[in-house]
Ligand binder design. Structure first.
Ligand code: GLP
Length: 242
Protein backbone atom coordinates (compact mmCIF):
# COMPACT_ATOMS: atom_id res chain seq x y z
CA UNK A 1 0.00 0.00 0.00
CA UNK A 2 1.40 3.35 -1.03
CA UNK A 3 0.49 6.38 1.06
CA UNK A 4 0.60 9.83 -0.54
CA UNK A 5 0.20 12.83 1.74
CA UNK A 6 -0.18 16.06 -0.16
CA UNK A 7 1.01 19.46 1.10
CA UNK A 8 -2.41 21.10 0.99
CA UNK A 9 -6.06 20.35 0.24
CA UNK A 10 -5.66 22.11 -3.08
CA UNK A 11 -2.77 19.80 -3.95
CA UNK A 12 -4.91 16.83 -2.87
CA UNK A 13 -7.67 17.84 -5.30
CA UNK A 14 -5.32 18.36 -8.24
CA UNK A 15 -3.39 15.14 -7.51
CA UNK A 16 -6.62 13.13 -7.37
CA UNK A 17 -7.77 14.77 -10.61
CA UNK A 18 -4.50 13.82 -12.30
CA UNK A 19 -4.88 10.21 -11.14
CA UNK A 20 -8.17 10.09 -13.10
CA UNK A 21 -6.76 11.92 -16.14
CA UNK A 22 -3.59 9.77 -16.05
CA UNK A 23 -5.70 6.61 -16.13
CA UNK A 24 -7.71 7.93 -19.10
CA UNK A 25 -4.57 8.90 -21.03
CA UNK A 26 -2.67 5.67 -20.24
CA UNK A 27 -5.58 3.48 -21.30
CA UNK A 28 -8.21 5.30 -23.39
CA UNK A 29 -10.53 2.29 -22.90
CA UNK A 30 -10.36 2.47 -19.11
CA UNK A 31 -13.30 1.48 -16.93
CA UNK A 32 -13.21 3.96 -14.05
CA UNK A 33 -15.18 3.80 -10.81
CA UNK A 34 -15.99 7.04 -9.01
CA UNK A 35 -17.42 8.05 -5.64
CA UNK A 36 -19.78 10.90 -4.85
CA UNK A 37 -19.61 13.24 -1.86
CA UNK A 38 -17.71 16.26 -0.62
CA UNK A 39 -14.32 14.58 -1.10
CA UNK A 40 -14.68 14.15 -4.84
CA UNK A 41 -16.57 17.25 -6.01
CA UNK A 42 -13.51 19.42 -6.53
CA UNK A 43 -11.42 16.72 -8.24
CA UNK A 44 -14.27 16.13 -10.69
CA UNK A 45 -14.48 19.86 -11.36
CA UNK A 46 -10.73 19.99 -12.05
CA UNK A 47 -10.85 17.02 -14.46
CA UNK A 48 -13.71 18.72 -16.32
CA UNK A 49 -11.88 22.08 -16.42
CA UNK A 50 -8.64 20.56 -17.74
CA UNK A 51 -10.56 18.58 -20.36
CA UNK A 52 -12.41 21.71 -21.46
CA UNK A 53 -9.15 23.66 -21.84
CA UNK A 54 -7.00 20.81 -23.19
CA UNK A 55 -9.40 18.23 -24.70
CA UNK A 56 -8.25 14.61 -24.87
CA UNK A 57 -10.07 11.58 -26.22
CA UNK A 58 -12.54 10.08 -23.74
CA UNK A 59 -14.85 8.51 -26.33
CA UNK A 60 -13.87 4.97 -25.25
CA UNK A 61 -13.70 5.61 -21.49
CA UNK A 62 -16.36 3.98 -19.31
CA UNK A 63 -17.44 5.65 -16.07
CA UNK A 64 -19.52 4.25 -13.24
CA UNK A 65 -20.13 5.08 -9.58
CA UNK A 66 -19.39 2.64 -6.76
CA UNK A 67 -22.92 3.02 -5.42
CA UNK A 68 -26.38 4.46 -6.05
CA UNK A 69 -29.42 5.36 -3.98
CA UNK A 70 -32.53 3.25 -4.35
CA UNK A 71 -36.24 4.11 -4.30
CA UNK A 72 -35.75 7.74 -5.39
CA UNK A 73 -36.16 9.21 -8.86
CA UNK A 74 -32.85 9.31 -10.71
CA UNK A 75 -33.46 12.99 -11.47
CA UNK A 76 -33.17 13.85 -7.76
CA UNK A 77 -30.06 16.05 -7.44
CA UNK A 78 -28.69 13.77 -4.71
CA UNK A 79 -28.73 10.58 -6.81
CA UNK A 80 -25.26 9.39 -7.73
CA UNK A 81 -26.33 9.25 -11.38
CA UNK A 82 -27.21 12.95 -11.40
CA UNK A 83 -24.16 13.97 -9.36
CA UNK A 84 -21.68 12.18 -11.61
CA UNK A 85 -23.57 13.26 -14.73
CA UNK A 86 -23.42 16.91 -13.63
CA UNK A 87 -19.87 16.86 -12.27
CA UNK A 88 -18.03 14.70 -14.81
CA UNK A 89 -19.90 12.54 -17.34
CA UNK A 90 -21.79 15.55 -18.74
CA UNK A 91 -18.83 17.97 -18.97
CA UNK A 92 -16.71 15.23 -20.63
CA UNK A 93 -19.59 14.30 -22.99
CA UNK A 94 -19.29 10.64 -22.01
CA UNK A 95 -21.86 8.80 -24.19
CA UNK A 96 -24.77 7.40 -22.17
CA UNK A 97 -23.81 3.82 -23.09
CA UNK A 98 -20.38 4.39 -21.52
CA UNK A 99 -21.84 5.68 -18.26
CA UNK A 100 -22.85 2.53 -16.40
CA UNK A 101 -25.19 3.01 -13.45
CA UNK A 102 -27.87 0.85 -11.90
CA UNK A 103 -31.38 2.33 -11.95
CA UNK A 104 -32.70 3.98 -8.77
CA UNK A 105 -36.17 2.51 -9.21
CA UNK A 106 -36.79 -1.18 -9.80
CA UNK A 107 -38.94 -4.13 -8.72
CA UNK A 108 -35.90 -6.36 -8.50
CA UNK A 109 -32.70 -4.75 -7.23
CA UNK A 110 -30.92 -8.08 -6.94
CA UNK A 111 -31.31 -8.52 -10.67
CA UNK A 112 -30.16 -4.90 -11.20
CA UNK A 113 -27.05 -5.58 -9.09
CA UNK A 114 -26.20 -8.62 -11.24
CA UNK A 115 -26.83 -6.62 -14.42
CA UNK A 116 -24.58 -3.78 -13.21
CA UNK A 117 -21.74 -6.27 -12.62
CA UNK A 118 -22.43 -8.02 -15.94
CA UNK A 119 -22.10 -4.73 -17.83
CA UNK A 120 -18.80 -3.92 -16.08
CA UNK A 121 -17.48 -7.45 -16.70
CA UNK A 122 -18.43 -7.16 -20.38
CA UNK A 123 -15.95 -4.29 -20.60
CA UNK A 124 -13.20 -6.26 -18.93
CA UNK A 125 -13.94 -5.20 -15.34
CA UNK A 126 -12.96 -2.06 -13.46
CA UNK A 127 -9.44 -0.69 -13.97
CA UNK A 128 -9.51 2.00 -11.29
CA UNK A 129 -11.74 2.77 -8.31
CA UNK A 130 -11.52 6.22 -6.73
CA UNK A 131 -12.83 5.19 -3.33
CA UNK A 132 -14.26 7.55 -0.71
CA UNK A 133 -14.53 6.56 2.94
CA UNK A 134 -17.37 7.23 5.38
CA UNK A 135 -16.83 8.44 8.94
CA UNK A 136 -17.54 4.91 10.22
CA UNK A 137 -15.15 3.36 7.69
CA UNK A 138 -17.78 2.39 5.12
CA UNK A 139 -16.77 2.02 1.48
CA UNK A 140 -19.48 2.39 -1.12
CA UNK A 141 -22.45 1.64 1.12
CA UNK A 142 -20.83 -1.38 2.77
CA UNK A 143 -21.38 -0.56 6.42
CA UNK A 144 -19.37 -1.98 9.36
CA UNK A 145 -20.04 -5.69 9.72
CA UNK A 146 -20.42 -6.32 5.97
CA UNK A 147 -18.59 -9.57 5.11
CA UNK A 148 -15.53 -9.10 2.91
CA UNK A 149 -17.06 -11.67 0.52
CA UNK A 150 -20.07 -9.42 -0.17
CA UNK A 151 -20.98 -9.01 -3.83
CA UNK A 152 -22.86 -6.06 -5.33
CA UNK A 153 -26.03 -5.78 -3.26
CA UNK A 154 -28.63 -3.48 -1.72
CA UNK A 155 -27.45 -2.26 1.67
CA UNK A 156 -29.12 -0.12 4.31
CA UNK A 157 -27.89 3.47 4.35
CA UNK A 158 -26.08 4.89 7.31
CA UNK A 159 -28.55 6.79 9.53
CA UNK A 160 -26.98 10.25 9.08
CA UNK A 161 -27.05 10.02 5.31
CA UNK A 162 -30.59 8.66 5.30
CA UNK A 163 -31.75 11.54 7.52
CA UNK A 164 -30.21 14.02 5.07
CA UNK A 165 -31.89 12.44 2.04
CA UNK A 166 -35.25 12.43 3.81
CA UNK A 167 -34.84 16.07 4.85
CA UNK A 168 -34.01 17.16 1.31
CA UNK A 169 -36.72 15.21 -0.50
CA UNK A 170 -40.40 14.45 -0.23
CA UNK A 171 -39.88 10.70 0.01
CA UNK A 172 -42.99 9.18 1.64
CA UNK A 173 -42.18 8.04 5.18
CA UNK A 174 -43.03 4.41 4.34
CA UNK A 175 -40.52 4.29 1.46
CA UNK A 176 -37.54 2.18 2.43
CA UNK A 177 -34.46 4.00 1.25
CA UNK A 178 -31.37 2.04 0.54
CA UNK A 179 -28.33 1.95 -1.60
CA UNK A 180 -27.12 -0.39 -4.28
CA UNK A 181 -23.39 -0.77 -3.78
CA UNK A 182 -20.58 -2.75 -5.27
CA UNK A 183 -19.68 -5.40 -2.73
CA UNK A 184 -16.34 -5.51 -0.95
CA UNK A 185 -15.29 -8.47 -3.08
CA UNK A 186 -16.07 -6.51 -6.27
CA UNK A 187 -14.14 -3.47 -5.02
CA UNK A 188 -11.17 -5.72 -4.19
CA UNK A 189 -11.27 -7.20 -7.71
CA UNK A 190 -10.75 -3.74 -9.22
CA UNK A 191 -7.25 -3.63 -10.71
CA UNK A 192 -6.24 -0.45 -8.92
CA UNK A 193 -7.81 1.26 -5.94
CA UNK A 194 -7.13 4.80 -4.69
CA UNK A 195 -8.63 5.49 -1.26
CA UNK A 196 -9.17 9.23 -0.95
CA UNK A 197 -9.88 11.37 2.10
CA UNK A 198 -9.58 15.01 3.04
CA UNK A 199 -10.38 16.98 6.18
CA UNK A 200 -9.64 16.61 9.90
CA UNK A 201 -12.98 14.81 10.45
CA UNK A 202 -11.56 11.84 8.49
CA UNK A 203 -8.22 11.66 10.38
CA UNK A 204 -9.31 9.15 13.02
CA UNK A 205 -11.00 6.70 10.66
CA UNK A 206 -8.07 6.92 8.21
CA UNK A 207 -5.62 6.07 11.00
CA UNK A 208 -7.72 3.05 12.02
CA UNK A 209 -8.37 1.90 8.45
CA UNK A 210 -4.78 1.92 7.27
CA UNK A 211 -2.76 1.38 10.44
CA UNK A 212 -5.16 -0.72 12.49
CA UNK A 213 -6.14 -4.38 12.08
CA UNK A 214 -7.95 -5.58 8.98
CA UNK A 215 -11.48 -6.09 10.28
CA UNK A 216 -15.06 -6.06 9.01
CA UNK A 217 -15.76 -3.53 11.80
CA UNK A 218 -13.95 -1.04 9.54
CA UNK A 219 -14.76 -2.03 5.94
CA UNK A 220 -12.09 0.29 4.47
CA UNK A 221 -9.36 -1.64 6.34
CA UNK A 222 -9.70 -4.39 3.70
CA UNK A 223 -7.80 -2.27 1.19
CA UNK A 224 -4.59 -3.02 3.15
CA UNK A 225 -4.83 -6.40 1.38
CA UNK A 226 -5.21 -4.97 -2.14
CA UNK A 227 -2.12 -5.55 -4.34
CA UNK A 228 -2.29 -2.18 -6.11
CA UNK A 229 -3.63 0.39 -3.69
CA UNK A 230 -2.75 3.99 -2.98
CA UNK A 231 -4.10 6.03 -0.08
CA UNK A 232 -4.22 9.68 -1.11
CA UNK A 233 -4.72 12.20 1.70
CA UNK A 234 -4.63 15.87 2.44
CA UNK A 235 -2.57 16.95 5.48
CA UNK A 236 -5.60 17.10 7.82
CA UNK A 237 -6.82 13.58 6.98
CA UNK A 238 -3.26 12.29 7.48
CA UNK A 239 -2.68 14.15 10.76
CA UNK A 240 -3.09 11.12 13.07
CA UNK A 241 -0.89 8.70 11.10
CA UNK A 242 2.05 7.39 13.09
C1 GLP B 1 -21.39 8.30 0.99
C2 GLP B 1 -21.13 7.52 -0.29
C3 GLP B 1 -19.72 6.99 -0.33
C4 GLP B 1 -18.75 8.12 -0.05
C5 GLP B 1 -18.98 8.66 1.33
C6 GLP B 1 -18.04 9.79 1.72
O1 GLP B 1 -21.69 7.44 2.02
N1 GLP B 1 -22.06 6.44 -0.42
O2 GLP B 1 -19.46 6.39 -1.57
O3 GLP B 1 -17.45 7.64 -0.17
O4 GLP B 1 -20.30 9.14 1.39
O5 GLP B 1 -18.60 11.04 1.44
P1 GLP B 1 -17.88 12.42 1.70
O6 GLP B 1 -16.81 12.53 0.67
O7 GLP B 1 -18.95 13.45 1.52
O8 GLP B 1 -17.33 12.39 3.08
Amino acid sequence: MKITITNSTKEFDITAAWRIIGQMLTNPQSVIGLSTGETTKEMHRIVSAIHREYPFDVSQVTLFNVDELTNLPREYAGSCYTMIKTQLAGPLSIPEENFIMPPTLSDDFQAEAREFERRLAERGGADLQMLGIGMNGHIGINQPGTPFESETWVSPMDPDFEARVRRETQVPADTILGGLTRGIRNIMHTRRVILIAKGAHKAEIIQKAIQGPVTTDIPASVIQLHPDCEVLLDPAAASLLG
